[in-house]
Design a protein. Structure first.
Length: 173
């Protein structure tokens, strides 16, 4: 009977040890990808951090984490934002506290989506072109979130699960 308790105790210790070892380095997903949009290239150092922030999945706990690791699987990020620009629809994962601009940078680094823009310190990021179509002749790119014109710019507009982001090429005011 005493041997059974020792064996059971050893088994529990091994399981706990494996759990601790496996959960030790799971806090960060580092992406080597950076954006290629010309005017965004200057922000490459913050882009890597943005991609990391967006690409980091919600932390798994308990049995789900052990099973995922034991099977050699990677957690899958389900797209939670619909993004429409210049007639093309994209699905993207955006983590808590990310902005429209964060999602745009991830899309530019992982798909054929391209944009350019300029950062104005007091105003935020201004999108100048999407998909090669530049703001011109009184037309600009206007941001809509959930079919409502955004009162905030792309760098300030926070995203939530289920949001629908759309850029419309419209005549400016």
């Amino acid at each position: 009977m005493y041997k059974t308790y020792i064996s059971l105790g050893a088994f529990v210790a091994i399981v706990i040890g494996v759990f601790v070892v496996l959960s030790g380095g799971a806090d960060q997903v580092v992406s080597p990808v950076t954006t290629t949009a010309p005017s965004v290239q200057a922000e490459a150092t913050t882009t890597a951090k943005t991609i990391q922030k967006i690409a980091t999945p919600p932390r798994q706990t308990g049995a789900a984490q052990i099973a995922t690791r034991a099977l050699g699987l990677s957690p899958v990020l389900a797209p939670n934002i619909t993004f429409l620009a210049d007639g093309v629809s994209y699905d993207v994962y955006a983590s808590e506290h990310s902005t429209v601009l964060d999602a745009m940078r991830v899309l530019a680094s992982t798909s054929d989506f391209r944009f350019t823009g300029r950062d104005y310190p007091s105003l935020g990021f201004f999108v100048e072109s999407i998909g090669g179509k530049s703001a011109d002749n009184g037309y600009v790119w206007i941001l809509y979130v959930n079919n409502k014109k955004s009162a905030l710019g792309a760098s300030q507009m926070p995203l939530g699960a289920g949001d629908a982001v759309e850029w419309r090429y419209e005549q400016s005011y």
